[in-house]
Design a protein around this ligand. Structure first.
Ligand SMILES: [Zn+2]
Length: 168
């Protein structure tokens, strides 16, 4: 019985790995890209609110940023954006942090700013994960909104074990 359970688990792992390999095989650029395979994420420029948001997302899933290249703090008409096309990298998450801070109460150190940054990053990471070289960002806002909702609901049910991050 124990052996059987063990075997089932190994088969599931194998399926997961196989689909992961297939995903990489479809995109030779990704296959050779160490930044995308790394669970760490670069932030430009470094910022304490974004660092806390990253910590929070990695507590939910240590591999949350596999597939993403970096988070760039920038201005935009929205809270964040991704882009593809000539000279653009669809694995870059752009975040309009000043707007997020302003609209979450204007306090750099507030938990609200960290939570708003985390759900914005989650939304944009939903777009990054939906990218496909031949079809672009598949599903439009669908996968981004789904990812944002998933993370928001995880945060709400795990608030008690996120206090050390949001109040740091
Ligand atoms: Zn979006």
């Amino acid at each position: 019985m124990v052996l059987h359970l063990y075997y089932s688990m190994k088969i599931d792992d194998l399926y997961a790995l196989t689909s992961l390999f297939k995903k990489y095989a479809q995109n030779p650029q990704i296959q050779q890209d160490a930044e995308l395979k790394s669970p760490n994420i670069i932030v430009e420029p470094l910022n304490p609110v974004i660092s806390k948001a990253i910590k929070l997302l990695q507590r939910m899933d240590p591999n949350y940023f596999i597939g993403a290249r970096k988070i760039v703090i920038t201005m935009s008409p929205n809270y964040g954006f991704v882009q593809s096309g000539p000279g653009k990298d669809p694995a870059v998450i752009n975040i309009n942090l000043s707007r997020i801070i302003a609209e979450s109460g204007g306090n750099l150190g507030s938990p609200e700013a960290v939570l708003a940054a985390a759900t914005t990053i989650a939304h944009e990471n939903g777009h990054v994960r939906s990218y496909n070289e031949s079809q672009g960002f598949v599903g439009g806002e669908g996968p981004a909104e789904a990812e944002e909702a998933k993370v928001r609901s995880w945060i709400e049910s795990n608030m008690n074990r996120l206090q050390d991050i949001v109040h740091a």
